[in-house]
Design a protein. Sequence first.
Length: 369
Amino acid sequence: MKTNLLNYNLPALTEHFAQMGEKPFRARQVMRWIHQGGAENFDQMTDLAKSLRAKLNGCAAVGIPALMAAQESKDGTRKWLLDVGTGNGVETVFIPEAERGTLCISSQVGCALECTFCSTGRQGFNRNLSAAEIIGQLWWANKALGVTPKNERVISNVVMMGMGEPLANYDNVVTALSIMLDDHGYGLSRRRVTVSTSGMVPQMDRLKEDMPVALAVSLHASNDAVRDEIVPLNKKYPLKTLMAACNRYLEKAPRDFVTFEYVMLDGVNDRLQHARELVDLVKDTPCKFNLIPFNPFPNSGYQRSKREQIHAFRDILAEAGLVTTVRKTRGDDIDAACGQLAGQVQDKTKRQAKWQQIYQDNGTARPNA
């Protein structure tokens, strides 16, 4: 089987070339061709010796995930479904804005966690994505989007907020991050690459040492009782433990704050008392809040908080001095909004069947409803 060079960051690629008897600069050339030049095969790498191209054609490949489907929202958001084999597909979303273009990348086929308000979580879990399948999403989107009239890349920011829990696929995610940051790869700033986690504390500590990029935490609750219900991982790493990990991460983070993501669920976590609890919870943690109106999906069992309630909730946080924004819903007409990504998952966990049974038994798929 040919070696997929998309799996390799620069140190690994350099070692691979050394084993082939090639000098380190060849690895840098090939990496630039793949990630900056969008080369899909070695014959396109015209400054490589013909003998090296022939050698690479015999033993290596640039294995890009194939496109299964593409959609574009009326607001300009674009979504691609990419084939990762054995009947599985993952979704990647590009969100255009006036000052930046953000690509939302998936890290797993489905998700190993089971946050109750998330469509991806309801799909169950099949496997972790390889580094090639993660970075391949950025490669593919760059190819599809091209460059701006100023010959700049359209994608300026990357967020690991697609399907899956990135820190549950730690090694492959860190390899992909190193390619994003490498000047011979995509040359992105650590401040413009964000990893989102539901709160995997040991891996947060590892990331701080190995690859400190911007951090977002899927908080979604102001107390352990509510978070235990909607983010089951909280039972293992409760809020006190999570807040301590956030503060440790900030010691080496490229930004001096953590972004807390907070999906607004009507009657569940959106009461004004919850907002006051949040103020107390984060009083020792430099942070910003991103309030996310819940994006519906079939049989979720949840409703989006009313606009007036979201604004009243926001005002309590803002009056306490916390920078707080309400995320504008983007791409919901093509199911590309936060919490809606579902892809195509051959579920090994039987979770899809479980949730369907809950819905049939109770007439709702919300726990304890």
